[in-house]
Design a protein around this ligand. Sequence first.
Ligand code: C2E
Ligand code: MG
Ligand code: MG
Length: 601
Amino acid sequence: MAQKKTVALTFQNRRSTVFFVMYIILKSRTLVDISTAEVKEKLLDYSMTREELLLEHTHTFIAEYSYKTGQLEIYPEDGHFVDFDRKSLDTDFEHAFYKTVFKRDLPLYQQLIDFSGVTHSVQRDANIRLYVVPHIYEWFRISVLYYIDEDGERDRIVLAFTNAEKELEAVHELKSLVTVDSLTQLPNINTFSMQTWELLKNHPEREYAIVRMDIRKFRLLNEFYGTSEGDNVLRFLGVKLQECMDSEELYTYCHLTSDIFAVCMSSDMESICRVIDSIQTSMNHYPINFEMVMSFGIYIITEKDKQERIPVVTMVDRAAIAQRVKNNYMNKIAVFDDKIAEKEYAEQNVIMEMNNALGSDQFHIYLQPKVDMITGRIVGSEALVRWIHPTKGVISPVDFVPIFEGNGFISEVDFYMLEQVCKMIRRWLDKGLEAKPVSVNLSRSNLYSPRILNDIMTCVERYSVPHDLIEFEITESAFAVDNIHLNQLMEQLQKNHFRVLMDDFGSGYSSLNALRELSVDILKIDIKFLPVSQNDKRADIILRSVTQLADQLGLEMVVEGVETEAQADLLKKMGCRIAQGFLYYRPMPIEEYERVLKKQK
Ligand code: C2E
Ligand code: MG
Ligand code: MG
């Protein structure tokens, strides 16, 4: 301690030098590892100046030599941050640190302290390795200050050695953060892209494929077992993926995000299947009571992709599209092909044109009458959207509704349809035409918006349409997602005297469950979901049971897709009354519907 005090005094006389050195050190440091408690304790001790404290904590060693007086000052006195010969410092300052410098860095160090011919004060910096104990070196940031006095004489030289290992560690850590996924320690997508391009460039004679994989129902696994178990599964998959790839010669891999991983490997299907099998088998052994089914999408990289240098992420996306389009429960491997490419292209076109189409009134209402099979009279209709494209003509909703459902645009279309329907009914009422209920389809992606009821009410009120003239069709598949929330919406619609239909009843997996949990007014069954023909006993039984079920629950029933007299006869025999189908009417433009209604009157 006493020794330090003396040095402190000397250093206080040279405050400006020390502050300048500290300024350089702090400016060049990214992290200073100072524990607050430690600092406070030392400050209270008053044995160290603030400057010394900082030098101590930045692991800095300073040596100052005056050419004029031959006086040498060093801090800390014992120079414990570096390994050097104290004695040689007194006798030969210029060369004293040569042995401290790692051999390979010596030329640089020599250059650094060579001031021959220098006529003004200068400062130089460099990163150099110094021995901290014999045989062990660490990185140091070296600042050299060389002073020339007013008469142009050399005055003094100050060397400051700051240990840079901590910064390097921090830089290394930061670097790994941007190149590696922190959960699995696998390369992240950026690294994967880079490495994949390297691979393609270095071995252009080979053919490659991107294999994208994820765990089916991973969200459920997280819900059942918690996210930390989910993380364990992902780490496990990361390790297994690396092990499985070991058998391959050339490859790259990464953890993209969530449960998604990707590899680039030989496009040889045998090799791909071997890797896939091996990953699936490994996952089967994960000790958890959950069916760990992996799904794989494959994209074969083409020469054109290489020439055009399409981003690796796009290739991974294409593998994902193959997965989405082709994978089903039985089929766990899907390869992106021309058909999918065409579909993707068509989808892209639809997406590019949709906003303009809505703005320029290209969406139109077609109405398909619902008919009382006993009397043959129209009792209402369903509004079905048609995209009337200026060059492509009439586009069926089957070709765009699923795309709009995927990107959320369907809510705009549904509300546009609702508004057009309200306008149409308003016109009927104003003109004294017969107004029968019209049902509007609400896509399931719409149903979870908190604004939906408000939006519906605002729209219907704007045209003062009586609520019993509007019905809402909600497809059965929507019901499986969040029945509690959906039921609230349906009850509110019913409270406001709108009738609610369950569309496509029987098409999903949980029809009966949905019926138990949700209050609907009308069941709408598509005949294609019933195996109906005249001499099929089992179909008879199914149809009869559904009819009785609706009856006992007090629900009305509409059968859609009725195409033949035979189907109509059978339905009537079972007690069904309302039908919608080509046998009676096809969907038609509004004016035609008005004409048909007028004729019926
Ligand atoms: P959906 O709501 O179940 O509509 C019934 C579909 O069956 C209509 O097809 C209709 O033209 C067709 N159809 C009616 N009778 C027969 C028949 O006898 N035989 C056959 N084979 N088909 C018949 P469309 O108009 O092509 O609509 C298809 C689906 O697109 C609709 O099924 C609905 O899910 C959706 N969609 C249509 N318009 C809209 C809309 O404005 N909003 C939303 N969200 N979806 C809509
Ligand atoms: Mg419908
Ligand atoms: Mg339907």
